[in-house]
Design a protein around this ligand. Structure first.
Ligand code: GDP
Ligand code: MG
Length: 160
């Protein structure tokens, strides 16, 4: 739990990932977890929940002036979501690459949005866009004791 206060850098960097309501409805949760696991990132927190509009307003605070903001909060609270914290070297930037572009139409095949999404307003998955936002989002969605610091037997085969 000390990582919460100290190192969020190097192999301890963390990002916040959420499978959006459309991703859950379309049974993509397993596929998404599989991609992050196989990549070599470490799962350090996960919950299945229905988010409140208030929580989502905080989460998407930066977008509050955008024309799609109201619809976005409605969409995100329209069904259950899976929230996750993943840890690893450069996980914030790499996860964004794994997700693809904001608009699935601009996302390459091989990315999650490129493979499973069509429209920007139903783009399956969220991922933090910076280390600072990852920290903010993880502390918004998780209590400190819900983040698990665990020893990975595989670490020497993932990191040199
Ligand atoms: P992200 O970081 O790639 O998720 O993109 P943003 O942070 O810019 O936007 C947050 C979310 O708002 C996106 O994932 C989309 O679900 C939604 N969104 C972004 N831009 C648009 C838009 O132009 N129209 C609509 N309807 N939704 C959008
Ligand atoms: Mg964003």
């Amino acid at each position: 739990a000390h990582i919460f206060k100290t190192g969020w850098t190097g192999i301890n960097e963390r990002t916040f990932i959420a499978v959006k309501p459309d991703g859950v409805q379309r049974r993509l949760v397993g596929e998404i977890i599989r991609r992050f696991e196989r990549k070599g990132f470490k799962l350090v927190g996960m919950k299945f929940l229905q988010a409140s509009e208030e929580q989502l307003r905080q989460h998407y605070w930066e977008l509050r002036e955008r024309p799609f903001y109201k619809g976005l909060v409605k969409y995100m609270s329209s069904g259950p979501i899976v929230v996750m914290a993943w840890q690893g070297l450069d996980v914030v930037k790499t996860a964004r690459k794994m997700l693809g572009e904001t608009n699935p139409a601009d996302s390459l095949p091989g990315t999650i949005r490129g493979d499973y999404g069509v429209e920007v307003s139903r783009n399956v998955i969220h991922g933090s866009d910076s280390v600072e936002n990852a920290q903010r989002e993880i502390s918004l969605w998780f209590k400190e004791h819900e983040l698990i610091c665990w020893e990975e037997s595989n670490e020497l085969w993932i990191y040199k």
